[in-house]
Structure formats: C-alpha cells, structure tokens
Design a protein around this ligand. Structure first.
Ligand SMILES: [Ca+2]
Ligand SMILES: [Ca+2]
Length: 173
C-alpha cells in the first residue's frame, strides 16, 4: 500500500461536504416509482452521476436517503421496474447506488438507517469481494445494483465511481 497516497486521499476526503450537485425534486417522472406496499417513493437519479458519498448526501439534502433493499419484494420490484423501463435501464448501465455499505468496518454491511444487513442479501457471484485493484486504500465498500450482474448486490468503489443512484422518500405514495 502506498501510505503517502492513501494519506492524501484521506486528507481530501476530510474536506467539508459541499452540496453543489444537489438535484432538487422534479415533478414525478418515469424515474420515480412507488414501492408496492410500504409507501416509499423511489427516485432514480441518473444525471449527474455521483460517487456514493455525494449520492448519499444528495438524497439526505432532498429529504430522503439512499434506498434500502431489505427484502425480496423490494428487490424483485426494482428488477421488474428496470426490466419494464428500458430508458431507465439505459441510463443506469454503469450501475446504480443503494444505501448499503461497509465503510465503518470491512465486511460488516449496514443500511443507512443503521440496521445491519439481514438474512436477505442477494450478492452476485463472488461478491462482496472488496476488490483492491483500483483502490488499494479502501477496496470496495459501497453497494450497487448492476444489470451486468443481474441487478444482484455488488460492492464497488465508493470514492471515485460515479453512478446513478436511488433515493427513497418515506410516506410519499
Ligand atoms: Ca468492503
Ligand atoms: Ca465487488
């Protein structure tokens, strides 16, 4: 590990968060869809793509949070939504961030509401693999859904991969 480079990265990460790319709520579009049973509105933000931490902050600034996908109903619902909306699928071809991460402790995945990853965890292939190839400082600590992996969970690089992201807003449907 290159200690100097890692220190520099950490220094940059410590700078104050600036909400310069906050995407304000738009009128309901094809990119917004109601959860079938729990009242959540999912809003799929595709432009601009964001690194995970910026996506997380944008959702919060907008009154929501990066989406939780804690059960098979929600997971299958989103997959069906993507399958039925090819325009959305095209916009999220590089994957879409959700609110699951192991930033605090490697291998311990938590949702942004503080709940630990439960029994439902449709990891794709050999994931989570915390691949270190492109970021030996951190590995992969943030989770995406990606068509290439059949929309199953995949840990990816939080700090430089820019992707679309799903915000959820409680009690909006
Ligand atoms: Ca990790
Ligand atoms: Ca991975």
């Amino acid at each position: 590990m290159d200690v100097y480079r890692c220190s520099l990265v950490l220094l940059l990460m410590g700078t104050p968060v600036v909400f310069s790319n906050v995407v304000s709520r738009q009128e309901r579009t094809i990119n917004e869809v109601c959860h079938p049973s729990d009242g959540r509105l999912f809003s799929i933000h595709t432009n601009p793509a964001e690194i995970w931490t910026s996506a997380r902050d944008d959702c919060v600034a907008d009154g929501g949070q990066l989406a939780s996908v804690k059960d098979s109903e929600t997971f299958q619902f989103l997959r069906d939504f993507f399958a039925n909306n090819p325009d959305v699928t095209a916009d999220i071809s590089r994957g879409v961030w959700i609110g699951l991460n192991d930033l605090s402790q490697e291998g311990d995945f938590y949702w942004l509401d503080g709940e630990a990853l439960g029994d439902f965890h449709p990891w794709s292939g050999n994931n989570p693999n915390n691949d270190l190839k492109k970021d030996s400082c951190h590995g992969q600590d943030c989770v995406q859904l990606w068509k290439v992996r059949n929309w199953e969970f995949d840990d990816d690089y939080c700090h430089f991969k820019k992707k679309a992201y799903i915000c959820e807003y409680a009690d909006e449907c």
